[in-house]
Design a protein around this ligand. Structure first.
Ligand code: PLP
Length: 478
């Protein structure tokens, strides 16, 4: 019996498919080429209805799908635009599209087994060890981002302290950990998800430079020990999300060694400052971390999503996750070879081929060029800081430490909130807001290789113009 013509999901006409794929590629390239000319952001209102359709029992077909995708392209959050300054977003590179196309064609599952894609991830982890000075026997895993990397790292820390039996019995001891008051919220989430409770993450005061106060850290550990609790980990921040400040990682490493604590570093964006000669001394000690979490999708401009965890003690890492049942047993030869598998280092069994786009970004541009983009963002943040400091109508709310500049127009919190919303709604620029020492700040984060100094001139001019407009409209901006 011949079933050569049985239905599959493949195209019936491959040449027609080739033309279709080329057309979408053209639409994507057009969008990337001209994206910087339009507004930073537009409300997605016009595309909402199209994505609120009934479940299609009969498919709508390729042409309608492609038209709907093409119409969606301009409605991003704005992070590909030179004047996107909000939160911490990478800006991507056009060449990522090429790697993502190939990764999609391979449709690789990187949970494990012996195939080409696995070796791409191994190469990336090896390069990351080298970038951060981690030993050759340390382990690593590509994950969705620093949030997941932090969970993986702290799980290894938890099991190293409590023993692997904890995986069956659950957490009974009163584990506590420490981080600076400027720690990212993903650490609280990790403590929550690991059954420790976010209260078990102690927030330690920072000094005038925004670094964790080592005296206060020592005191907090002593107080917890005296209370019968079990300190197990300390988190150093390399690039705080509010201000870009960096903890004294060397001092934390010394203390962690003396107190037998796991030393984790959140370096989501800032860790990659090691690619810049002038920043490297400020990150000294990062190479001594027990674990490091950082993102490729921020300051390396890899497309979303891609982050990484590196763990010094490979055995601690593996014992926290490895539990392969009989249907996943490895082998010496054949498809099931290549032990250990990535599934032994993290919670996910099926994993996509993020490694290819990361590899392609580092391989194409090289660490020197990627580092130059990081250095330039820091110079730009300092430039903005000088513009603000020189302007009597503006106030710099914290020294520019790295790539983030926090300032305000006048002294009214509501006016500053309104300025940022109007900048976003008009598509002029997209900073975000935060609170610095009780004052509402316009927060400009530069992890954007497309930004030029003229974009920052334009931002300052627009902040002052809109601020003055709001003030002439009266005390209530809304
Ligand atoms: C962005 C960020 C995180 C969270 O990383 P995700 O990749 O969004 O999960 C953690 N810490 C810092 C300092 C960050 O900037």
């Amino acid at each position: 019996m011949s079933d050569a013509h049985v239905e599959t999901l493949d195209p019936e006409d491959w040449e027609a498919f080739r033309a279709r794929a080329h057309a979408m590629l053209d639409a994507a390239v057009d969008r990337m080429m001209t994206g910087g000319e339009g507004p930073v952001w537009m409300s997605p209102e016009p595309v909402k209805a199209a994505f609120d359709a009934p479940l299609p029992v009969a498919g709508m077909g390729a042409a309608a799908v492609d038209a709907q995708i093409a119409a969606l392209l301009p409605y991003g959050v704005g992070n590909t635009h030179p004047r996107f300054f909000g939160w911490v977003h990478g800006s991507g590179t056009p060449s990522q599209l090429v790697a993502e196309m190939a990764a999609s064609a391979m449709n690789a599952n990187l949970g494990g087994r012996e195939h080409g894609a696995i070796h791409v991830e191994k190469q990336v982890i090896g390069w990351c060890r080298e970038i951060f000075g981690f030993p050759g026997e340390s382990s690593g895993l590509i994950v969705s981002g620093t949030s997941m990397a932090t969970i993986v790292a702290l799980k290894a820390a938890r099991e190293r302290r409590l023993g692997v039996a904890t995986r069956k019995t659950g957490v009974r001891a009163g584990l506590v950990g420490y981080a600076s008051a400027l720690v990212h919220g993903c650490a609280d989430r990790a403590f929550d998800m690991l059954g420790l409770g976010s209260d078990a993450l102690r927030r330690v005061a920072v000094d005038a430079a925004g670094a964790m106060d080592m005296g206060a850290l020592r005191a907090a550990i002593a107080a917890d020990r005296a209370a019968g609790l079990v300190p197990f980990a300390v988190i150093g921040t390399a690039g705080s999300v509010d201000l870009g400040t960096i903890d004294d990682l060397d001092a934390i490493a010394d203390l962690a060694a003396a107190e037998e604590l796991w030393f984790h570093v959140d370096g989501a964006f800032g860790a990659l400052g090691v690619l810049v000669e002038a920043l490297r001394p400020r990150l000294k000690g990062i190479e001594r971390a027990d674990s490091l979490a950082f993102d490729f999708h921020k300051w390396l401009h890899v497309t979303y999503d891609a982050g990484c965890v590196l763990i010094r003690d490979e055995a601690a890492h593996r014992q926290a996750f490895s539990d392969r049942p009989r249907y996943l047993k490895g082998a010496e030869r054949g498809l099931a070879a290549g032990n250990p598998w990535p599934v032994d280092y993290g919670p996910e069994l099926s994993r996509g081929f993020r490694a290819l786009k990361v590899w392609a970004q580092i391989a194409e541009h090289g660490t020197a060029r990627l580092g130059r983009m990081i250095a330039r963002n820091c110079h730009q943040a300092a430039y903005l800081g000088r513009l603000v400091a020189a302007d009597p109508g503006l106030e710099l709310l914290a020294p520019v430490s790295l790539n983030i500049c926090c300032f305000r127009y006048g002294a009214d919190d509501a006016v500053n909130d309104e300025i940022v919303i109007r900048l976003q709604e008009a598509g002029i620029a997209a900073p975000s807001t935060t609170t610095v020492a009780g004052k509402k700040a316009i927060r400009v984060n530069l992890t954007n290789h497309r930004t030029r100094l003229s974009d920052l001139d334009l931002l300052v001019e627009a902040v002052k113009r809109i601020g003055a407009e709001i003030e002439t409209q009266g005390p209530s901006p809304r």
